[in-house]
Design a protein around this ligand. Sequence first.
Ligand code: AMP
Ligand code: GLY
Length: 425
Amino acid sequence: MNILILGSGGREHALAVKIAESEKLNKLFIAPGNAGTDSVGENINININNFEEIEYFVIDNKIEMLVVGPEVPLVNGVYDYLIKNPKLEKLKIIGPQQKAAMLEGSKEFAKEFMVRNNIPTAKFISVTKKNLNEGNDFLKNTNPPYVLKADGLAAGKGVLIIDNLKEAIAELELMLGGKFGDASQKVVIEEYLDGIEVSVFVLTDGNNYKILPTSKDYKRIGEKDTGLNTGGMGAVSPVWFADNEFMKKVENQVIIPTINGLNNENSTYKGFIYLGLMNIDKKPYVIEYNVRMGDPETEAVIPRIKSDLIDLFCGVADNNLDQKNMEISNQACTTIMLVSGGYPEAYEKNKIISGLDKTNNCIVFHAGTKKENNNILTNGGRVISITAFGENIEKALETCYKNAELINFEGKNYRKDIGQDLRVK
Ligand code: AMP
Ligand code: GLY
């Protein structure tokens, strides 16, 4: 098969490496890709939000499968745009149609979907300038901390968690006034869920589904979960507290009602559903849906899949995922992200990355990197994701951290405490 992956991060490099292992692959393209994807496929310089460009490329290069990494093209309707061209009727697209992508594109839509389908989630209210008073009343009648979320996509930055009521009321007004641009014209306020987070990914053909290994990501820049939110500083898989009993609840109370709900609303969903869950006293609550794989969770989850990923994706496209087998490695897998100094605030790019050839026992996934004159340079906030296996997450992390010392670039930063909170005492 000829396959095109959209995206340029560690997630896309991890997907590319896994896809490139398959005997079913003829040619792999990544748009726009990075210095890592370049060595497993061909990077092509097209804008992933220009659907016409994608359409021409797919036709000209006889692409048979399109794997959409990030959310923005999905929320903007890349699925619907391509599928309406009769020449692309047979194109296998891994990603939902626009209507279903609203699960990530609008927090209000996602919350209302959960209420309609009896899926456990925090109590909420949706606020615009018109019902600001109701929003303020909700805050006054809720215990701190206060959770304010921009309704629309805000590149992972649109959620504020505030301890103080006065500040929350002030922030609500700022958000509605455009703090996150159009994304916060509407704000979802919700109750704070006090528990421990776990990410669960589901691959579905719209009816059948496979639950991928559990994982946990570390979003804050600082150790012990302090400081600003980032795209994610590391991830581990599996997560021991997501045991069989918990996962049965996730399946019955979240996954099945989600898939049934999408079907009842005639939404076509073929791809990954990301469930951001909070475990409160062994009960799952949905914090958020995403309509794609997580990054960096992908770098710790996809390597654990032993089965052929193209074959699984064919099951998704052809509605026979139930006939595919997904075998999982029983080794633990962890990943830690090396980031640019200053990230997630302003940082410099174009720093030379050295030591990539010195690593061992690990997989180096590139995120924000590019090739220039035989050098590999930093080209983003999150630069390199180092993944390793081990008999448990402690062992896997040990290998990640040894290798993290070997790769260098000016300003390199990483969290030293990934997975610490999951140590069994
Ligand atoms: P979201 O983009 O909705 O996933 O929110 C970003 C992060 O904020 C989540 O990963 C959680 O750590 C935190 N968060 C969001 N909603 C809540 C909530 N209701 N209670 C506690 N923490 C939350
Ligand atoms: N790791 C969080 C995300 O991909 O949204």
